[in-house]
Ligand binder design. Structure first.
Ligand SMILES: N[C@@H](CCC(=O)N[C@@H](CS)C(=O)NCC(=O)O)C(=O)O
Length: 336
């Protein structure tokens, strides 16, 4: 069982994953957990309720480790590529979607008036009981008043807005090019990164009017892919559906270049700020100034990626380093 709402990109990531993996689930539409079951601390969407060591249900969050847990607990239709080098690239792209693309998602939702208006009114309707117009208007105001100040957590501010928006358009362009030739980021079958992109893009290309209009104008294949990836329960996949890690398409290299351009400098500067005990992160992203408050969770993301890079055997690590060479991502894993 899990609880979450359609406006939560990570809920959409996980529901699409469960459907593809044919793992039976019950989704409770709620942003405040399930009555009678424990609350997650911190409370995040989605929250899964899974048996702990004593068999009692525990509240568990964080989609990335949950995907790995389900991989160990449910056989077949896995989303972690068999080749460890490709699995590492998949994890890096998953992290980029979860942690960078969400900046674009949250920025567009709470920056422009048309997007704020739509999100406030519709997200308010997700909050349970039916409401009359007056209480819905009150709730909508409360939702936007809660969310708009949280733009600072993702680093959306007047300095970074142009970088986020230019980055979103380029990422759309690269995905569109990839989908000219391929079904998924990881080949003929989806990897964990496909579900991470899907989750964020359900909001960007299907809900919030400003980024949706950009996607409709520039990336029709991406729009269709997001809709199709919602329910892949009927897709039959073969063991050999993954890309050859030694021969990745140019479009995947281009996507990794966006990770290196947009995300790697923020991850490095954030880790440095955390190590220095600084509250502010300053970086240069895409040749422009980036300033945001330090984010401890992304410090952990980088530590996990570095741990996974270290854990690769020498041969796989050499192949990963060859793939990342020239993308800007290699700086995250060198000189440690
Ligand atoms: N790293 C987590 C992130 C989950 C997350 O940030 N969820 C958002 C909603 S999409 C959330 O719950 N934010 C706190 C809130 O809304 O109170 C994951 O991958 O599941």
């Amino acid at each position: 069982m899990l609880s979450g709402v359609p406006g939560s990109p990570y809920t959409r990531k996980m529901v699409a994953l469960l459907r593809y993996r044919r793992i039976a689930y019950q989704l409770v539409a709620s942003s405040s957990g399930v009555p009678g079951l424990p609350m997650a601390r911190p409370h995040l969407l989605p929250t899964f309720y899974l048996p702990g060591p004593d068999g009692a249900l525990q509240a568990v969050t964080d989609s990335t480790p949950l995907i790995r847990r389900f991989e160990a607990e449910h056989a077949g239709r896995g989303v972690i590529p068999a080749d460890p080098a490709l699995a590492f690239i998949d994890a890096l792209l998953e992290d980029f979607a979860d942690e960078w693309l969400t900046k674009a998602m949250f920025h567009y939702r709470w920056h422009y008036a048309a997007d704020i208006d739509k999100a406030a009114r519709i997200l308010a309707c997700y909050l349970g009981a039916p409401h009359d117009d007056e209480s819905l208007a009150r709730l909508a105001a409360a939702v936007s008043q809660r969310q708009i100040p949280r733009l600072r957590y993702v680093g959306s501010n007047p300095t970074t807005a142009p970088v986020i928006e230019a980055g979103y358009l380029r990422v759309l362009g690269v995905l569109e090019e990839h989908l000219r030739h391929h079904h998924f980021l990881m080949g003929a079958r989806p990897g964990s990164s496909d579900f991470a992109f899907h989750g964020q893009l359900t909001q960007l290309v299907q809900f919030d009017p400003t980024p949706m209009a950009l996607a409709v104008a520039h990336a029709p294949r991406v729009c269709a892919w997001v809709a199709l990836t919602e329910d892949l329960s009927g897709l039959e996949v073969g063991e050999d559906g993954w890309f050859d890690g030694g021969d990745l398409p140019a479009s995947l290299h281009a996507l990794l270049c966006e990770v290196g351009r947009l995300y790697a400098p923020v991850l490095s500067a954030n880790a440095q700020a955390l190590a220095d005990g600084a509250t502010q992160v300053h970086a240069t992203v895409d040749g422009q100034v980036w300033a945001q408050q330090a984010f401890p969770y992304q410090g952990k993301c980088l530590a996990w990626l570095r741990r996974d890079h270290q854990a690769l055997d020498a041969q796989a690590r050499t192949r990963v380093d060859r793939i990342l060479a020239g993308t800007g991502c290699e700086s995250l894993f060198t000189g440690l």
